[in-house]
Design a protein around this ligand. Structure first.
Ligand code: 5GP
Length: 347
């Protein structure tokens, strides 16, 4: 674990409203206790219940959203999360979040994203050794109209703050709506110069939407992709694997999240193994440090233990992740230089 803590790392799959530390969440709970007394039980729920399945994870998010519902909480979440990742030697971080209109909290979707960027800039002013970007999320549960608004807003904010918004995320409960209905918005985002990080094949039996999305709006990265290689045989879904492999689409793996939300039986059974054997581009991520209780260094250690990776292989895993970031080539070079400088001191 020590080595996993020491090495510089890249985090590409972290949702804002699930990446908080216990301390931050307790602080946000305490300040809501007076105006929203019902939230005081959430801590117990978080600790005892955690995310036991994908369903309970989505129930948890609803609770968390009741606590993090104003400018202060979005700023505090972003600021603290950046500091927490920096303390775990994360040098590059993409935080994804669904911009929300919360009139009672004084937030519009736009000011939500602006608040996140304000926190990033504050960390930059403190010379914190971490580069941070944001990916506005389309939450499929919120429907198509909101998806359209989110893509327009992402473009607007990307123009207002060059370099901070390199792409968008597609997430939310995969049991809601047909993912392929969102293809026009993915296409629009691409046309606007935004990269696509899409949650795909997170649950079984959604091969049809996965294939359509892959064919029509090729993602730049895939979140989870748990069932990409476990399609129903004989129904024409082999093409899913063909596309992912031939286009070498990087996969974002979140081992603890998948274990706790029961989409893998064990770390050893995680689909990381399938793709690692193929030398497919992949990156180890946390998903939600706060909800799933794991640091990125823990995830590296879990991966090493489950798949017998040695130090050199772990280093490569983290170094190669730089290429899968949505940042500019110049910033990638900067990160690679930083990795090279740190290498000797880590081994
Ligand atoms: P937020 O976007 O509010 O900052 O972060 C929480 C949201 O991220 C959830 O409401 C959900 O839409 C999305 N999310 C977090 N974890 C997962 C996951 O494992 N799978 C999917 N599909 N969505 C997730």
């Amino acid at each position: 674990l020590r080595f996993c803590q020491d090495i510089p790392k890249v985090e590409l799959h972290a949702h804002l409203n699930s990446s908080f530390s216990r301390k931050t969440f307790q602080h946000l709970l305490d300040r809501k206790a007076e105006t929203k007394p019902e939230v005081k039980d959430f801590k117990v729920y978080l600790e005892d219940g955690e995310a036991e399945s994908l369903k309970t994870a989505f129930r948890l998010f609803k609770m968390i959203h009741q606590v993090c519902d104003d400018e202060y909480s979005i700023y505090k979440l972003t600021y603290d999360i950046i500091h927490d990742f920096a303390a775990d030697n994360v040098k590059y971080l993409e935080i994804r979040s669904t911009p929300k209109d919360i009139p009672q909290g004084g937030l519009t979707r736009k000011s939500y994203l602006q608040t996140m960027i304000k926190a990033i800039k504050e960390c930059e002013a403190e010379n914190l050794d971490i580069m941070v970007k944001i990916l506005p999320s389309i939450d499929r549960q919120r429907g198509l109209e909101v998806a359209e608004i989110t893509v327009k807003l992402a473009k607007e904010i990307a123009q207002e703050f060059p370099g901070y918004v390199p792409g968008i995320d597609f997430s939310g409960d995969p049991q809601f709506l047909d993912g392929s209905d969102f293809i026009p918005f993915f296409k629009q985002a691409k046309a606007d110069g935004l990269k696509l990080a899409l949650h795909l094949s997170e649950i079984p039996n959604i091969e049809a939407e996965t294939l359509e999305i892959l064919k029509q709006s090729l993602p730049d990265r895939i979140g989870h992709g748990t069932y990409l290689h476990q399609f129903k045989p004989g129904e024409g879904y082999e093409e899913i694997l063909d596309i992912v492999k031939t286009k070498q689409i990087p996969l974002e793996h979140c081992l603890t999240s998948n274990l706790k939300s029961e989409t893998t039986e064990s770390f050893e059974a995680h689909h990381f193994g399938y793709w690692y054997a193929l030398k497919h581009p992949q990156v180890v991520c946390t998903d939600g440090r706060g909800v799933f209780l794991c640091e990125l260094s823990d995830e590296y250690a879990n991966t090493a233990k489950a798949f017998n990776l040695n130090k050199e292989e772990l280093w490569d895993l983290s170094y190669r992740a730089i290429d899968y970031t949505f940042t500019s080539e110049m910033e990638k070079e900067k990160l690679k230089n930083e990795w090279s400088k740190l290498k000797n001191s880590c081994f």
